[in-house]
Design a protein around this ligand. Sequence first.
Ligand code: SF4
Length: 423
Amino acid sequence: MQEKAHKSEREKDVGVYVHVPFCARICPYCDFAVEPAPELLRDPAAEVFRDREDRTVSALIAELEARRPDFAGRRLSTLYFGGGTPGLLRADSLARLREAVGSAFPPLPKAESESGAAVEVTLEVNPSTLERDRLKAFAEQAGINRLSVGVQSFDDSTLKALGRAHRVDEIHRTLRAARAAGFENLSVDLMFAVLHQTPAMLEADLQAILAFGPEHVSTYELVHEPGTPFGRAAEAGQLDPFDEDGAADMLLRIESVLGGAGYERYELTNFAQPGRASRHNQRYWARQPVLAIGPGAHSTDPAGPGRPFGRRVGNEKSWSLWLERIEAGGALAPGTEEILDAGQARSEAFFLGLRTRAGVSAEDIQAEFGGRPRSFYPEAIERMVGAGLMVESVEGDLALTARGRLLADEVAAAFVAAEAPAR
Ligand code: SF4
């Protein structure tokens, strides 16, 4: 079967992800690339942090300059400041980064953007006084037009057990301040299946969310990642895993409550009011190019010479090593590199596409890989449809059923396994 050019070749835009690793204190479940900045707890204007901040911003810009040729000719659709806690940066630092990204890539014309904003610019913030006081400047100086707030829970005992630095009153103050600063596109993070959390506690969290009415809700099941304090405690038998059925029931309840209030479950764990799905995150599920800079960041490079199905580049995770290498040579921090082959790209197209409400389009698969879904995975599709995990339209489009959404990992594994013998 003839392989066609990678889908990203038909697209002319790019998303940029900027990883800012600093956190005033590190949560015991965190598995991200983070760098403690405890000086901020004592003094928000700490000179030592100012130096680390300025060097990090300069290194991020140097990395952007070094990496941009791989994305040449593309227009900027989304910019996402994630972390870590990027809200700990000063507004002028974020403005420097915004300007550098804007100089590297011209904006996508408004007319081509579904949300009406030419570029969706998201900033992750945590509920803290330091960040709250800067919200207006973030919008005015750095052009941030979407905030993602690390709420996690509206229950103080849960926040304490999670080792979070904030409490519920800070959440309310931050959400109110965000609206007062003019943010009309707000997302909140909600954790579930957390330690001692009961269904009644989840219900209270959901009602608190509805009372505020953010445009977007991202949900996360607490995972005891190996190597984290929670992971080590779980390994030592000091922390019990959350009951699997209980966690699945909670996700169903989240869908039911948010769905009843008009939020669409547009991806397995993401909910949005109409037209407010995260443009940036959708790029990952659609396998569209994302240039990611900063420690631990992972890029999805478009197709190019010698890589017809694109490339994945992973950065060094340690902030100090990442910084040292860039400052030493002004070049890229070496990390991991994976050139995708047709089989990997194809299985990803299926299992990432199935995470979304829209599912997998047979026409897109035909255009990119030169065949209909059944021509690649007849057995997996037959089995998943037969088991009631997936539905197939007469055209061959595929989507998960409600049961399939509960067992999405099993469905994903079927497509990966189907490619495995071919390698
Ligand atoms: S605030 Fe977020 S990124 Fe920072 S340590 Fe906690 S979980 Fe990790």
